[in-house]
Design a protein around this ligand. Structure first.
Ligand code: ZN
Length: 176
């Protein structure tokens, strides 16, 4: 496995629409290696989600995982689609491995239903709420060339990390 370089804000690859993954590619050793490398890259950088464009691969692939109490299992989504949004909204602090040192509050639907393929090409169809649901939406935004900054409706919550820890960490239920 290998830790891959992360594309940072301003890199045009983060603003492209990612291409769907062709079904026959999924089982190849190169693609399986990319998935493993993305998990290693995410872990090395203490992230809970990583989308392929963030490692300069403009393909519809995301990996996620969070071992904390309010976390969720390791997940691979290929060609994901959100087929249902719940009516309620949730506000969470978000950060991004492609945006160094900043967090901001983003409001998103609190429940979603997702269809995708897993790393073996099997069909997934599941609902996600809370941190898991928000993380999926954040990572899927990367496949559309969107950053969490684009989703912020109130830029006054934009916070540097040190200031986040000093002033805002206590009040935040969850941080992605
Ligand atoms: Zn991100």
């Amino acid at each position: 496995m290998a830790v891959l370089p992360i594309a940072k804000l301003g890199n045009p690859v983060l603003r492209k629409i990612a291409s769907p993954v062709v079904q026959e590619v999924i089982a190849t050793s190169a693609f399986q290696q990319l998935i493993d490398d993305m998990f290693e890259t995410m872990g090395e950088n203490d992230g809970i989600g990583l989308a392929a464009p963030q490692v300069s691969r403009s393909e519809q692939l995301v990996v996620m995982g969070c071992e904390e109490d309010s976390g969720f299992p390791n997940t691979v989504l290929i060609n994901p689609k959100i087929v249902f949004y719940g009516p309620e909204q949730v506000e969470m602090w978000e950060g991004c491995l492609s945006v160094d040192g900043l967090r901001g509050k983003v409001t998103r639907p609190s429940a979603i239903r997702v269809e995708a393929l897993d790393r073996y090409g099997q069909v997934l169809d599941f609902e996600a709420t809370g941190l898991y649901g928000v993380c999926i939406q954040h990572e899927m935004d990367h496949l559309l060339g969107k950053m969490f900054l684009d989703r912020m409706t109130d830029l006054s919550t934009l916070t540097q990390l040190k200031e986040f820890d000093s002033y805002w960490k206590e009040e935040s239920a969850a941080v992605i």
